[in-house]
Design a binder for this molecule. Structure first.
Ligand SMILES: Nc1ncnc2c1ncn2[C@@H]1O[C@H](COP(=O)(O)OP(=O)(O)OP(=O)(O)O)[C@@H](O)[C@H]1O
Ligand SMILES: [Mg+2]
Length: 235
């Protein structure tokens, strides 16, 4: 039994149902999610497509414990995300989920090893030396070991996104959420980045939800969903 008294559903990396989210602007309400539901099994890769403005990024933020929905609940590895306290949610976000955003979101004043270490520093409990060793091994995994002492601004966009992938893996999450991770890259660089991302996620037995406009990327996933009118349905 989990602490909220409900059995964790074995084998589900992510579970969300009835998600509703409306943005309230001064003169109008913009309903974006209207009851969206999703289940992702451990190790499963799911693509989400949908027109621009359909709410894909909003959905990913809600799924990733970053933005509370008005209705519905999200479970990561069987644990509820929004019916727990802020500190527990922060911990769940740090340990259970790896984010890869379209615009890499790296800290410009830190070198790339420190950037990769960040999620573990938020988590605490591990020596700085152990964190650094793991960060360096992840940097090797994404093929950037030679750039350890560089700051993000000294790297190309594709290299920065590789650092962001390494950062997403720092706490060994079971679930990776990726929002248009190649949206700012040229096609060839984007294809290389996706090969790397898909390889790492599959080799690690992790689950992934990836938002993409690209049918070829969606085709590489185990399942495809489309977000339209605030609801998710099979593509
Ligand atoms: N902070 C906000 N305040 C008000 N409205 C917002 C906010 N963020 C998003 N929206 C609106 O919510 C809708 C969904 O936005 P969202 O960014 O989730 O779409 P998207 O599917 O990710 O689009 P894209 O494919 O262009 O990235 C849009 O109409 C957008 O204008
Ligand atoms: Mg978006």
């Amino acid at each position: 039994m989990t602490s909220d008294g409900k059995d964790a559903v074995v084998g589900l990396a992510l579970e969300a149902s009835g998600l509703c989210k409306t943005y309230h602007l001064p003169h109008k309400d913009v309903p974006v999610l209207r009851g969206a539901s999703i289940e992702v099994r451990n190790g499963e890769l799911v693509a989400i497509t949908g027109r621009s403005g359909a709410g894909k990024s909003t959905l990913l933020h809600v799924l990733g414990a970053l933005d509370r929905p008005e209705a519905g609940e999200v479970r990561i590895g069987g644990r509820p995300v929004y019916s727990i306290g802020e500190a527990a949610r922060t911990r769940l976000r740090a340990t259970g989920i790896g984010f890869v955003f379209q615009a890499y979101h790296l800290m410009p004043e830190m070198d790339i090893v420190e950037n990769i270490m960040l999620p573990a520093m938020a988590e605490g409990g591990v020596s700085r030396r152990a964190m650094r060793e793991r960060a360096v091994s992840l940097l090797e995994l994404v093929g950037l070991a030679a750039r350890a002492a560089h700051t993000p601004i000294e790297l190309s966009g594709g290299e920065q996104q590789r650092v962001a992938i390494a950062r997403a893996l720092m706490n060994d999450p079971g679930l990776v959420l990726a929002d248009e991770p190649t949206g700012n890259l040229d096609r060839a660089t984007g294809a290389q980045l996706l090969d790397l991302l898909f390889g790492i996620v599959r080799d690690g037995g992790r689950a992934m939800v990836i938002v993409t406009h690209d049918p070829e990327v969606a085709a590489r996933c185990d399942r495809r969903l489309v977000l339209a009118d605030g609801l998710l349905s099979p593509a």
